[in-house]
Ligand binder design. Sequence first.
Ligand SMILES: [Fe+2]
Ligand SMILES: [Fe+2]
Length: 311
Amino acid sequence: MQSRPSDPVATLTVVGDVHRWWRPADAAFLERTRPDLSLFVGDLGDEDVPIVRAIASLPVPKAVILGNHDAWQSFGRRVATDRLRESLEVLGEDHVAYAVREVPRAGLSLIGARPFSWGGQSLRSPELYDEIYGIHTARQSAAAIVDAARNAQHRDLVILAHNGPLGLGDQSHDIWGKDFGKPGGDWGDRDLALAIQRIEGFGLRVRAVIAGHMHHRLVHPRGGERTRFVRRGGTMFLNAAFVPRVQKAENGDELSYFLRTRWQAGECVAVEEVWVDVHGDEREASTPTFVELEGGAPAVDELHEGDEPAQ
Ligand SMILES: [Fe+2]
Ligand SMILES: [Fe+2]
């Protein structure tokens, strides 16, 4: 859709991996600025129901995709714990896994990808995905993301995921590159890359993929910083995982991190990194620099797309 000056400008504000760094000031900032939708990319805590409740009870429109930490003990047992079940119940429809949420003022539909992603090639516990979503393989997971997109009312889509897709680089500093263990390698999600390939094959436009999981500060090389803003063709990839998201400024003030995106008729018109103080007031905003990737997405092999149950 071509935007016109009369089209409204909608705001989608992103909260990266929380890891329990959530302050009353953060809630105040969202309540006061009232984005059209607040997006949470997960890792709220380690199956931490009180923090899930704090997010779920925010009196603002929101969409959440839970991360691997939010299902940590469940993955260990390969069965959903009471705490994970309670987290999902508390969030209800605000947990958008494999679902669509319309954002009419932005001219777009939000699609939720697979929750709890650890990255890499494995689903880690197909048993757990089967129990909750009836999904056992990466192929089925890709199909469920595609099904959500088929139900979207808009042709312009934003995908909310915990981890980003395969195909954006295999260096440890790349947006979803592996920086731990034996560093190097593409740690993106194969099911998400495959889903995007199919969705674009229908002529829908994936305008942005918003995720986190791979933290901004690298384990190897120690202290290095990750690329978190990438554009390829008509798609932006945003990694919101600035961890911890509360940082001490030089003057001692504690500021927390948000990403603010603005949309008009399905097109992104601004991205800003925003720092908020203990009163919930905005203190700094800056426009990040995007790395531009040439060419299209590498084709995801339809024949070897992770049909096998993971180990
Ligand atoms: Fe995380
Ligand atoms: Fe994570």
